[in-house]
Design a protein around this ligand. Structure first.
Ligand code: SF4
Ligand code: SF4
Length: 440
């Protein structure tokens, strides 16, 4: 009878190593030059080598060699990243460290499972009807739990909330979600073209003012807008947590909702959502049939300012907005999509609006999706630097094309007792249309 082989720690480590085997060549391209250290917001706060991309790659190489296990410490170090992509953008060797770190998170999910809180949150997020019911209920009774921060479109909790710093300001949940405020098709008389609006969760349930601005601007430009009712989360929060299997299922659901619509474009106003929709072919690269369907859909996807610059927009009804504005570039817009000029061109076309560029306009604000919930103190310190750059411009408004950045920068502005209000650039264009006489 064959002797049963005892499983050793080395065997377990070797199993972990197989999770990263296909990254061997990509990681070997890192020559450990340290360029990524100079631009990493997490390193600036912690000064710890294992927090920077180079340190994380070394750690993953340790796992790959079977010397280091995928442990709680590995999990923690991989989690300490904003996915801001600054390391990749500044790497002389073309190492996509941000993507490698997501693979590290994926290895951790596979070896150790998801944290129970995340598991439950993602279960809720993946269930469209349940998620919708929960957020609608929250919107109806939010006034009991939250108090308003005047003039900032923000609230603070009256009661201690699990996992949330009591000082944190967030956007209010909408009493009525955006998609419940409109018919499925917002018609116009002689449409120039048709778009499907991917609202994303934050715009649908919280920042409905951003969604209204998108719809009004498109309508003012004779564009018919379709709001597919079965759309849901794009899957970004799940993907960046390393739970690729579930994120891919969510991507497939969205492809099924959007692929056969009779529209010329699929438009979004959140840089992270738009990046996800455009990158579904990469998420689904191992499944040829779904990859092809994702590519077909992705070809129609545009960020709203990208669409306006491509197709043109009415300038004859622009009215004055006599304010100073500065702009924060969300990481997923600037380094994910490479879109920086289009929102600026939109802003600069508005009469009366004085545009002032801030220092480090493309540096991460510290939000990092759920990072700012889990590591609030650190994300606030990163945000303080952003706020001080905003303050130096003496602007009235901050424009940014991402609802998460809007949320986080608003929190920083409130904490730092600053006068600015944060908007999406499309809201300032809508304001200009209203000032010019356009009636929604
Ligand atoms: S900049 Fe690129 S090559 Fe240099 S240490 Fe960082 S990841 Fe490695
Ligand atoms: S993605 Fe950003 S936070 Fe993460 S390691 Fe790279 S530079 Fe640091």
């Amino acid at each position: 009878m064959a002797e049963e082989k005892e499983i050793t720690a080395a065997d377990l480590n070797a199993q972990d190593a197989t999770l990263l085997r296909d990254l061997e060549d990509a990681m070997a391209n890192c020559m450990k030059c340290g360029n990524c250290q100079a631009v990493c917001p997490i390193y600036r706060e912690t000064r710890q080598e294992n927090m920077v991309a180079r340190g994380k790659i070394s750690l993953m190489q340790g796992v790959l060699s079977g010397k280091i296990p995928v442990s709680a410490n590995f999990d923690h170090i991989m989690a300490m990243c904003l996915n801001c992509k600054s390391c990749a953008a500044n790497c002389p060797c073309g190492v996509e460290a941000d993507e490698l770190i997501l693979r590290g998170r994926n290895a951790s999910v596979k070896a150790r499972g998801l944290h129970p809180i995340k598991k439950n949150v993602f279960r809720l997020l993946a269930n469209r009807s349940l998620f919708d019911a929960a957020l609608k209920l929250g919107g109806m009774f939010g006034w009991m739990t939250f108090k308003e921060v005047p003039g900032k479109n923000a609230v603070k909790s009256r009661l201690p909330m699990p996992g949330m710093d009591p000082e944190r300001a967030t956007p209010p949940l909408a009493a009525k979600p955006l998609r419940s405020q409109y018919p499925e098709v917002i018609k116009c008389d002689n449409p120039k073209y048709r778009v499907a609006f991917f609202t994303g969760c934050t715009i649908n349930y919280m920042y409905t003012d951003m969604g209204k601005a998108v719809i009004d601007v498109l309508h003012a430009n004779d564009v018919e807008v379709v709001l597919p009712p079965k759309q849901h989360c794009c899957g970004t929060p799940v993907h960046v947590s390393g739970e690729f299997d579930l994120a891919n299922e969510m991507a497939k659901n969205m492809i099924e909702v959007f692929e056969n619509l009779d529209v010329d474009y699929i438009v979004g106003a959140c840089g992270s959502c738009v990046e996800a929709l455009k990158h579904y072919p990469v998420w689904l690269k191992d499944d040829p049939e779904w990859k092809a369907r994702a590519e077909k859909m992705a070809a129609k996807v545009r960020e709203i300012s990208e669409l306006l610059m491509e197709r043109g927009y009415r300038t004859d009804i622009l009215g004055p907005v006599n304010k100073k504005v500065t702009m924060h570039d969300p990481c997923h817009m600037v380094r994910g999509l490479g879109i920086t000029k289009e929102p600026r061109d939109v802003l600069k076309s508005i009469p009366g609006l004085e545009f002032i560029e801030m220092k480090e306009h493309d540096r991460c604000c510290g939000s990092g999706g759920s990072f700012c919930m889990a590591h609030y103190e650190m994300s606030r310190e990163i945000n303080d630097r952003k706020c001080s750059n905003i303050d130096a411009t003496h602007a009235d408004f901050v424009a940014t094309s991402c609802p998460s950045c809007r949320m986080h920068i608003t929190d920083g502005i409130i904490h730092n007792k600053m006068p600015q209000v944060v908007y999406h650039p499309i809201q300032l264009l809508a304001q200009s249309y209203y000032a010019g006489g356009y009636k929604a």
